[in-house]
Design a protein around this ligand. Structure first.
Ligand code: NAG
Ligand code: NAG
Ligand code: NAG
Ligand code: NAG
Ligand code: NAG
Ligand code: NAG
Length: 342
């Protein structure tokens, strides 16, 4: 027994001393780019507004916004069109809803009619489901790089987010003005640096060791709202073809694909408030109003409308001559960008 133990000890010791690679397991991130196409995106468009959104626009598009929206979320899309994305208030933004398909024929018809009125929907023929969200992210990158590749910035949001569009535009115009060659190669977001991988098999976000071998994710962004510089969609769409598919869309798009495209991460931390109640409080308080750009309002459409009313009221109060339909002009003194991005 003792001899056996000593023998083992000596054996292990000799392996360690002669060849360390035997005892150090090398785990590789499975979502690094390959040298050939492993994730082609070959879905077809059902609805596609094409070049009409961005070509021949005057003024040219400053921020292109795409919203991940579910087929049945008509009410949310109406609220967004009527509140923070109001076209007459913000002539240099464009907005598109990204939707997959559903097997419900009536709902498909309804989406088609909705698009006839608003002309702001891109739809591809993959089934719209939680585990297919990565397809939606890639679809957006592909569509933008094809039909809207000349915008300065791209904002992605989910359809339950309220954006203070005034803060957004001021922040980006400030960055634009104070960068020498214009911003490029950057993703501005709430960066998670060591997000835990969910190992509880009962969770919606559960991942086994074979799905993802590490206990924490490499850096990626909160996916509910992030900003890309205009050069990123083309680079990221290309990169997505070489990165194996993974259904965790936030990590896939803003982590695996963005890093494969060599993006730089810029922290936009203090301008976010994700929990609904806290976002509500911060938008409502005069003290914290100017520190918040995105709020998450999954439970109530009325909350989204109420927050937008509040944003308009404060904007009018502070700049009585500036908030008028069709005649809005910018003032960099309103907001200073977050310290972390400088
Ligand atoms: C260590 O072992 C591995 C696997 O057995 C082998 O491929 C490698 O060449 C060895 N390295 C050295 C320095 O002996
Ligand atoms: C799918 O897309 C890839 C690259 O985007 C292309 O090379 C391939 O020919 C396409 N396959 C089909 C069946 O269309
Ligand atoms: C739209 O603009 C792009 C980029 O400037 C150009 O390549 C394309 O031909 C234009 N398409 C149409 C239909 O005007
Ligand atoms: C994702 O979309 C594809 C293509 O439509 C479909 O075959 C597949 O069932 C969908 N997956 C889920 C989990 O819905
Ligand atoms: C992706 O980009 C690389 C590098 O620019 C290029 O060589 C490759 O052909 C591109 N792939 C596709 C499918 O366009
Ligand atoms: C990213 O950087 C690496 C290392 O410098 C380089 O090999 C690779 O081609 C770059 N990829 C892209 C898409 O720029």
């Amino acid at each position: 027994m003792i001899l056996l133990f000593i023998a083992c000890f000596i054996h292990i010791y000799s392996i360690n001393s002669q060849n360390t690679s035997v005892t150090v397991p090398t785990i590789k991130n499975p979502y690094t780019p390959r040298d050939h196409i492993v994730n082609p995106h070959n879905f077809s468009y059902i609805l596609n507004p094409g070049y009409s959104i961005c070509n021949s626009s005057n003024p040219s598009v400053f921020v292109f916004i795409y919203v991940h929206s579910g087929p049945g979320n008509y009410q949310r899309r109406v609220v967004i069109r009527e509140t923070w994305a109001t076209r007459t208030l913000f002539p240099d933004i464009r907005l598109i809803f990204m939707i997959g398909k559903t097997l419900d024929k009536n709902l498909m018809k309804a989406i088609e009619y909705e698009n006839e009125i608003y002309r702001d929907i891109v739809q591809e023929d993959f089934i719209d489901s939680y585990k297919n969200l990565t397809y939606k992210g890639i679809m957006a990158l592909k569509w933008i790089s094809t039909y809207c590749s000349n915008t300065k910035y791209i904002l992605k949001v989910d359809d339950d987010i309220v954006v203070n569009t005034f803060t957004l535009l001021n922040h980006l115009k400030f960055l634009e003005k104070h960068s020498t060659n214009g911003q490029h190669n950057t993703i501005l977001c709430l960066v998670w640096t060591a997000m835990m991988v969910m190992r509880d098999s009962k969770s919606k976000w559960y991942l086994s060791k074979s799905d993802f071998p590490f206990d924490t994710f490499p850096p990626y962004c909160s996916g509910s709202a992030f900003i890309l510089t205009g050069d990123m969609p083309t680079k990221m769409y290309n990169a997505s073809l070489y990165v194996p598919f993974f259904w965790v869309d936030d990590y896939y798009i803003t982590g695996a694909v963005a890093s494969a495209a060599n993006a730089t991460y810029a922290q936009l931390g203090s301008l976010y408030t994700i929990p609904e109640q806290l976002a509500h409080t911060r938008f409502m308080s005069a003290k914290s109003f100017y520190t918040i750009m995105f709020g998450h309002f999954p439970t109530s459409l009325n909350n989204m409308r109420e927050i937008w009313k509040r944003i308009l009221t404060l904007q009018k109060y502070k700049f009585p001559n500036r908030v008028q339909l069709n005649s809005f002009s910018w003032d960099e003194t309103i907001h200073q960008p977050d310290k972390a991005t400088r």
